[in-house]
Design a protein. Structure first.
Length: 194
């Protein structure tokens, strides 16, 4: 029992040490990204993601693109069903706010351009995203620009910044969101329709 208590104590201490993330992520067709993590107040530094090389052209690339398109359409459909669920939408907004309270922001810039296959769906999505973007923009050290695209189905993401997180806080926040009855019921309802 004493050994278990010591191990749990050590895990809690390790999870209470902050991580600092410096990131630069761009996404359109490719996904070049750079994420650097500093831990133990800069003693440990490593790259989580590095810029990817340009994909080679050819038949394999075309096959991969088709599979990605099918998977992307299915994921977008699932995400739309969740967002249209009013109770889940409110819980998601609360989760985003809780996450940003847990994150200590030195600098955060976000530009997101998003359009769905149906302009009406895009409008409904942005009715939810608009107030959220205003709230994010009012946080200190942040610059947020969200743009709807009513003509094309598109996802463009550009974000960079430096944030410090304490894993213990994030674990509690994410666990509370995932184990929320609202989240569980919304995910179950989505799976039943597919």
């Amino acid at each position: 029992m004493i050994l278990i208590a010591i191990l749990l104590g050590l895990i809690i201490v390790v999870l209470a040490i902050p991580f600092e993330f410096t990131f630069n992520i761009q996404r359109r067709e490719s996904f070049p990204s750079l994420v650097t993590v500093r831990w133990l107040f800069g003693i440990v530094t490593f790259d989580v993601l590095r810029p990817q090389k340009t994909l080679a052209k050819g038949q394999q690339h075309k096959k991969r693109a088709k599979k990605k398109t099918k998977k992307k359409r299915k994921n977008i459909g699932n995400a739309k069903e969740l967002i249209w669920n009013a109770r889940f939408r409110q819980r998601l907004i609360l989760f985003v706010k809780d996450i940003f309270k847990s994150v200590h922001i030195s600098a955060f810039n976000l530009r997101l351009q998003l359009g769905l296959d149906d302009p009406a769906d895009t409008g409904r999505l942005w009715a939810f995203m608009g107030p959220l973007s205003i709230w994010l923009s009012n946080l200190s050290n942040t610059k947020v620009q969200l743009q709807p695209d009513f003509q094309n189905e598109v996802v463009f993401l550009s974000t960079n910044g430096t944030v410090r997180v304490i894993p213990l806080e994030i674990i509690f926040t994410v666990s509370a969101f995932l184990l929320s009855p609202i989240t569980i019921n919304a995910i179950r309802a989505t799976r039943r329709t597919h």
